[in-house]
Ligand binder design. Structure first.
Ligand SMILES: [Zn+2]
Ligand SMILES: [Zn+2]
Ligand SMILES: [Zn+2]
Length: 160
């Protein structure tokens, strides 16, 4: 109760919890599963849909502050990794799910917790271990927190 210490980027909410997981906890993905009200099941490293998808280029990546292109809601949006368009999640109006239904674009990234979701698999994909997702995760992490992912592996891939 009362005023939880404001730790800036890491809010003591279930969302913050999920974000911290996604950012830091490649080794122990189940650590906070008990307290999280989103389904933090163990993410998979890869799937056939992701493998078959041409991902958006770095230049096409939207800002993490983008609003849903259909309803303009700003609270809980996802980026489609096939086309870079931004739509809201299922707790808003579900426009990303609708976009998936319209286009069959399979994988989206959450601006809320920087997780990756495959619609056909109904599974999270691990942005820290998949080499095609990691640069996207890092780009969104930079936008959101102003710094690279705290992960030494990234420098290998992102050195320009
Ligand atoms: Zn929407
Ligand atoms: Zn799309
Ligand atoms: Zn899949």
């Amino acid at each position: 109760m009362g005023r939880a210490e404001d730790r800036g980027k890491e809010k003591l909410s279930s969302n913050g919890e999920a974000a911290r997981e996604a950012n830091e906890s490649a080794n122990d993905p189940q650590a906070d599963a008990a307290g999280a009200n989103i389904a933090w099941v163990q993410p998979v490293d890869n799937c056939a849909h992701l493998q078959a998808t041409d991902l958006v280029t770095h230049e096409q990546l939207p800002r993490v502050t983008s609003a849903c292109e259909t309803c303009d809601d700003e609270s809980e949006n996802w980026a489609c990794l096939s086309c870079g368009h931004v739509y809201c999640g299922r707790y808003v109006q579900g426009h990303m799910l609708q976009h998936h239904g319209d286009t069959q674009h399979p994988v989206a990234a959450s601006f809320t917790d920087l997780s990756f979701w495959c619609f056909p698999c109904e599974q999270y994909l691990n942005g820290l271990t998949n080499p095609r997702l990691t640069p996207i995760l890092d780009a969104f992490h930079q936008q959101k927190f102003g710094e690279h992912l705290p992960d030494g592996r990234l420098e290998l891939q992102l050195e320009s």
